[in-house]
Design a protein around this ligand. Structure first.
Ligand code: DC
Length: 223
């Protein structure tokens, strides 16, 4: 029996960099599992809001996280049996996710859940600390980014397409605040792992970015 570790492609980067879309396409092309770790922080923020738990209450958030029954099924997210796919994507919950994510006790409580996604034949994991903390032995590590202006525009277009009212300047401001919070927190801050490949997607289409990730994986296999 092979003792080779289950391969992981870790894709980290700032909010709205497109890493979720790209990671999902790569996972489906390779037949790998997919972990949207940001969704887990979003679910925690939503669960806390629904139960009246403050996003600042570290101990209560960690206790809540231990009890959450989360399922990802056919593109839907379920929390304790309830579909919350859309509810975790609002701007309010985006802010809440970034706020709850600063707490070390909560991050520790969510370690086991995230690691449990590593299953044969492989995993594509996207987030902020996939390459640095959760899967430091990942076979392929990518830091995927784009300028704040481009990310804000992409987010703006997504909202307008869904018929949701949006203001570009507000979105840019929100993104910059979240970037700063994610980069400056003391535990597992958003940063490029020293052995990760930088992928700047401002001028790339989704297809080009997907191909760049696949090329990077091939290089790590050949190395
Ligand atoms: O990737 P996203 O926008 O869905 O993530 C939402 C928030 O969750 C983000 O602002 C920071 C936090 N997060 C984190 O701290 N660690 C991760 N691995 C993923 C997300």
């Amino acid at each position: 029996m092979s003792t080779a570790p289950i391969p992981v492609i870790a894709i980290d980067g700032p909010s709205a960099s497109g890493k979720g879309t790209i990671a999902q396409i790569v996972a489906s092309k390779l037949g790998y599992h997919y972990l949207d770790s940001g969704a887990i922080y979003r679910i925690t923020a939503l669960a806390a809001k629904n139960l009246g738990v403050s996003w600042q209450d570290e101990t209560a958030l960690a206790a809540l996280a231990e009890k959450m029954n989360i399922r990802f099924e056919q593109g839907q997210i379920l929390l304790n049996g309830e579909i919350i796919t859309e509810a975790v994507r609002t701007e309010e919950i985006s802010r809440g996710a970034s706020e709850v994510a600063v707490h070390p006790q909560l991050r520790t409580a969510l370690l086991g859940l995230q690691k449990s996604f590593r299953q044969v034949p492989g995993l594509v994991a996207d987030g902020r600390d996939m390459a640095t903390v959760i899967f430091p032995d990942a076979q392929t590590k990518i830091f995927l980014t784009a300028s704040a202006e481009i990310r804000a525009e992409r987010r703006y277009k997504q909202l307008i397409e869904k018929g949701i009212h949006a203001n570009l300047a507000d979105i840019l401001q929100d993104l910059q605040t979240r970037d700063a919070r994610d980069q400056q927190r003391s535990v597992a801050p958003l940063q490029q792992s020293k052995n990760a490949t930088l992928l700047e997607t401002s001028a790339l289409s989704i297809e080009q970015a997907v191909q760049a990730v696949l090329d990077c994986r091939q290089q790590s296999i050949n190395a």
